[in-house]
Design a protein around this ligand. Structure first.
Ligand code: NAD
Length: 502
């Protein structure tokens, strides 16, 4: 029988990643069974220092490579990702515990951002504006910032990293990546494929560096002045540590932090559509998406009917090892996640909540080392503290409202501001939700759930979510610095604002 260890080793080799480790001081564990699969090498402080130095040196050459030629490297990466979609998805499934459909979807997101970035490599547009002075041209030009440090979370071990990397590279930056210590094999696989792409295009492999280890390796990127931009994805707790440290050295940061995403269901909503959107967003990926729906704000006139169908749908969710293709809900990442879920449920009950379904641990194959849970639905009173917190597990808090203004207020009354949704057939309500006085989130959807964004739009959120924007649209500007240029091609030297001097 093929073991998980064999599957992981074969997938790594197929991606062109190393499978030979000398120190073996970083254990890769799978949440599927809880077993340790491979002992890889954590990067030392000196190795991380060297990685930053190599990236800084490579930047001096890479920034001179024409942007479309930089795009060619990313194009090749996209081709290799297509070819090795199943290999990389296997590593993601093993380490993040996703269904194969979701794991392949994650790799598809990498492919999509590669396609986008290739186009972007020919569209790093600057503006030309009319100068107020005769014989002058006024324009803006965009230049790479230098070394971009990418710190990523466990739950999207490769997709969010690739948003940063594909765009950063075409913009002319080099990248040092510190992935989640819980997903090192996925990182080795993605890095292996990118390295192959760089070499296939006869470019310098030093433009991309991989640093493996826990938070202290990330902190090294945060504190190093050679890292011009720190793009960090993870918890709000992590962002609170990163932001002031980077700001203290006047570095740039781009933060993608925790969410506490809500869906509003109004009386006119199509409940069949709302049901599917809600259940996927709340229970999919075992509640371990930054965009997971954690709060449902439903009008009291449709609450009983909707809650009834949600509970019914939850009863049919298959929970278990997602290598079985009929499984919809895989494991939590570790025991700490399960404990956090149990603690949140106890707090919810203490605050007057009623658990309508779920919340219990599910033992799969009588294995105490893996942590599977039943997704929970909890009816909550209007006022409670627990609903203000992101618990990274499948808990859906249900609240009811009577008038629309109240629903919007409840919606925005949390510290986080990532994703949001409204289910309604009433155009005025939909427009209000999307207006300045509506959802205060970075993502606001109508008649679809909170999760499952496409790469074409800018992705990110407000308030405690950190304010960063990544992926599509004009997010590329975060990876470049802007210079305003005035060129005098006339024979005179007029001063701006008509100032006279000499
Ligand atoms: P985490 O904050 O524990 O870790 C994220 C990364 O930060 C890891 O690589 C970790 O080693 C590193 N890190 C931790 N402390 C650090 C520090 N002081 N300095 C530098 N690096 C540090 O998050 P996690 O448990 O891996 O991921 C789950 C969290 O990520 C959730 O809160 C989720 O909402 C969030 N998330 C947000 C987005 C988004 O786009 N907004 C996307 C995915 C995940």
């Amino acid at each position: 029988m093929t073991t998980l260890h064999d599957m992981a080793t074969a997938a790594l080799a197929a991606c062109g990643a190393t499978t030979e480790f000398t120190r073996g001081d970083l254990l890769s564990r799978t949440p599927l069974t809880g077993e340790n699969l491979l002992a890889v090498d954590a990067s030392t402080q000196e190795e991380t220092e060297a990685a930053i130095a190599h990236a800084a040196k490579a930047f001096r050459r890479w920034r001179e490579v024409p942007a479309p030629a930089r795009g060619a490297v990313v194009k090749r990466w996209g081709e290799l990702l297509r070819e090795h979609k199943r290999d990389l998805a296997t590593l993601v499934q093993i380490e993040a515990g996703k269904s194969m459909s979701e794991a392949e979807g994650e790799v598809q997101e990498m492919i999509d951002i590669c396609d986008f970035a290739v186009g972007q490599s020919r569209m790093l547009y600057g503006k030309t504006m009319p100068s107020e002075r005769p014989g002058h041209r006024l324009m803006e030009t965009w230049h790479p910032v230098g070394v971009v440090g990418v710190i990523s979370a466990f739950n999207f071990p490769v997709a969010v990293y690739s948003w940063n990397t594909a765009i950063a590279l075409v913009c002319g930056n080099t990248v040092v990546w510190k992935p989640s210590e819980m997903c090192v094999l996925s990182a080795l696989g993605a890095h292996g494929l990118l390295r192959r792409a760089v070499l296939d295009c006869d470019q310098d492999p030093e433009i991309h560096q991989l640093v493996l280890g826990a938070a202290e390796r990330g902190e090294q990127l945060v504190d190093d002045p050679r890292v011009a931009l720190v793009s960090a994805t993870g918890s709000t707790r992590m962002g609170r540590e990163v932001a002031p440290r980077v700001a203290a050295r006047f570095g740039r940061y781009l933060l993608e932090l925790g969410g506490n995403n809500a869906g509003i269901v109004t009386p006119s909503a199509r409940l069949d559509l709302a049901l599917r959107g809600i259940v996927f967003a709340a229970a999919g990926t075992a509640g371990q998406r930054c965009t997971t729906m954690r709060r449902l704000i439903v009008h009291e006139s449709v609450a009983e009917e909707l809650i009834g169908t949600i509970v019914e749908a939850y009863r049919s969710l298959t929970i278990g090892d997602p290598r079985d293709e009929s499984v919809l809900v895989g494991p939590l990442i570790n025991e700490a996640a399960m404990t956090a879920m149990q603690d949140a449920l106890r707090q919810a009950e203490a605050e007057g909540g009623e658990i309508l379904i779920g919340g219990e641990r599910v033992l799969v194959d009588a294995n105490e080392q893996s942590f599977y849970v039943e997704p929970a639905v909890v009816r909550m009173p209007a006022q409670s503290e627990v609903v203000r917190t992101e618990t990274f597990a499948p808990i859906l808090y249900v609240l009811t409202y009577t008038d629309f203004e109240e629903a919007l207020e409840m919606h925005n009354a949390v510290p986080q501001g990532l994703s949001s949704a409204i289910f309604t057939q009433d155009q005025a309500e939909a427009e209000l939700f999307l207006s300045a006085g509506g959802s205060d989130c970075g993502i606001a959807n109508v008649n679809i759930g909170t999760s499952g964004a496409e790469i074409g739009g800018a992705f990110g959120g407000e308030k405690d979510t950190g304010g960063g924007r990544e992926s599509g649209s004009d997010a590329w500007k975060a990876y470049m610095r802007r210079a305003t240029n005035t060129v005098n091609y006339g024979g005179e030297l007029p001063l701006a604002q008509g100032v006279k001097f000499l």
